[in-house]
Design a protein around this ligand. Structure first.
Ligand code: UD1
Length: 398
């Protein structure tokens, strides 16, 4: 029976490319439950709407806010389409800028939205500037915050994302961790254990929900590629691409690798700017052997990753997706906040400033074969169900 005296309003804040696939399956899970949650049976009497089975059902309203941190069709629009996300209820139009400008811009624009909407819970995902800005705005307004993908730590505070993770976790009332190391990191930082829920990985929920779709969306024919006939590369970390000397080392290693096997490199917009600057400065020649292309949509990219012989990346999420797809991954970084992808997956770290080490690691990855059955605990496509159950539990207690 639906309790009309109570309702739950969830407000999601997304901003950048890796947020969209982490939040989409949670929104869909609420829809799958008929835009309602069932409170744990102990709460049904308090809710005053005891159904036949003694369970109270509470209607849920979902509000989606896009900060506009990513605004290009290639970085945002195509992901909404591929993931079947609804049009955002609000777009804050914050756009590009320095970290301070972006963070402050989101806070200033989000405050009136939260004042109007008065949500019961603000949900943020991952570690981008929009994540920390939304968590800080909500916390200052005494609105509870839930962090999806809590507890990950690279222990490298030179990474802007590490600051965003630490601050967001300290401000959150509900912390949904993707792996057990997340729980340990949070407890070590003094987060109360009762706020932490190990739920698994919602990015993998999205991957599993779209397996058939991404296979059907294969761009191999369009790009003239064959399955397992190429290496896929992505690079966008400021530490790798903003500095010409670092980017030069990476581009030279990739050009050498392309003598062995086709190298496909969809270029992030941040990287494109650095690459063009480096080419204009005469720092490198346009590498003829590399297949550079524009950023791809969610389904096309998953498909290209699934069929790659190996992946070289500095992304966070790609370390996770390659693990579940069973594709060998070399992460061109000196640290990772996702250690389970190394201990229980296909990932390894490679010093991005050592061109020879990159070549050696990539060539070793090319010789590997995985049966694609690697799967860290709870990376089973059901993390969003656990999140909604945990929110129902929290709502019943609050
Ligand atoms: C951001 C996140 C990073 C995440 C990445 C995924 C932070 C601190 N960084 O990095 O954690 O891995 O997104 O892509 O939040 N640009 C466009 N169009 C767009 C978006 C960006 O042209 O739609 C260009 C702009 O020149 C911009 C630059 O890319 O200045 C960087 O964008 P920004 O959002 O600042 O950071 P990302 O490098 O994308």
């Amino acid at each position: 029976m639906t309790d009309t005296t109570r309702s739950l309003k969830l407000l999601y804040v997304v901003g950048a490319r890796p947020n969209f696939m982490k939040v989409a399956p949670i929104i869909n899970e609420v829809k799958r439950r008929g835009d309602a949650i069932e409170l744990p049976s102990g709460d049904s009497i308090a809710a005053g709407a005891k159904g036949a089975a003694g369970v109270a059902s509470v209607p849920v309203t979902q509000i989606l806010v896009h900060t506009g941190q990513h605004y290009d069709q290639k970085m945002s629009g195509v992901f909404f389409r591929d993931l079947g996300l609804p049009e955002p209820d609000y777009n804050l139009g914050v756009g590009s800028g320095s970290h301070t400008q972006q963070t402050a811009g989101v806070m200033t624009a989000l405050e009136p939205v939260l004042t109007t909407e008065q949500p019961d819970l603000v949900l943020v995902a991952g570690d981008v500037n929009s994540t920390v800005a939304a968590a800080l705005t909500a916390a200052k307004m005494n609105i509870p915050v839930a962090h999806i993908e809590a507890g990950l730590r690279s222990r490298d505070r030179a990474m802007p994302e590490e600051i965003n993770r630490i601050v967001t976790d300290q401000l959150s009332d509900l912390l949904f961790t993707p792996s057990r190391d997340g729980d340990e990191n949070l407890v070590a930082e003094g987060v109360a254990p009762e706020k932490i829920v190990f739920v698994g990985n919602t990015m993998i929920d999205s991957l599993e929900a779209h397996r058939a779709d991404f296979k059907a969306a294969s761009p191999l024919a369009r790009l003239g590629l064959g399955p397992k006939g190429y290496v896929l590369v992505t690079l966008h970390r400021p530490s790798n691409v903003d500095d010409s000397a670092s980017l030069k080392i990476l581009m030279s290693a990739l050009a050498q690798l392309a003598d062995d096997i086709t190298v496909v490199f969809p270029v992030h917009l941040r990287t494109q700017q650095s690459l063009e600057r480096l080419l204009a400065e005469g720092g490198i020649e346009r590498p003829p052997s590399l297949r550079l292309c524009e950023p791809l949509g969610y389904l096309e990219f998953l498909s290209l990753m699934n069929d790659a012989r190996a992946v070289l990346t500095d992304s966070g999420g790609i370390q996770e997706e390659t693990t579940v797809l069973g594709v060998p991954c070399c992460t061109l970084r000196t640290s990772t906040e996702r250690p389970v992808t190394i201990t229980e997956g296909t990932n390894r770290l490679v010093d991005p400033m050592d061109g020879q080490a990159i070549l050696t690691a990539a060539r070793a990855a090319l010789r590997e074969r995985s049966d694609g059955t690697l799967r860290p605990e709870y990376w089973d496509g059901q993390a969003s169900e656990r999140i909604i159950d945990a929110i129902a539990d929290w709502f019943a207690r609050s």
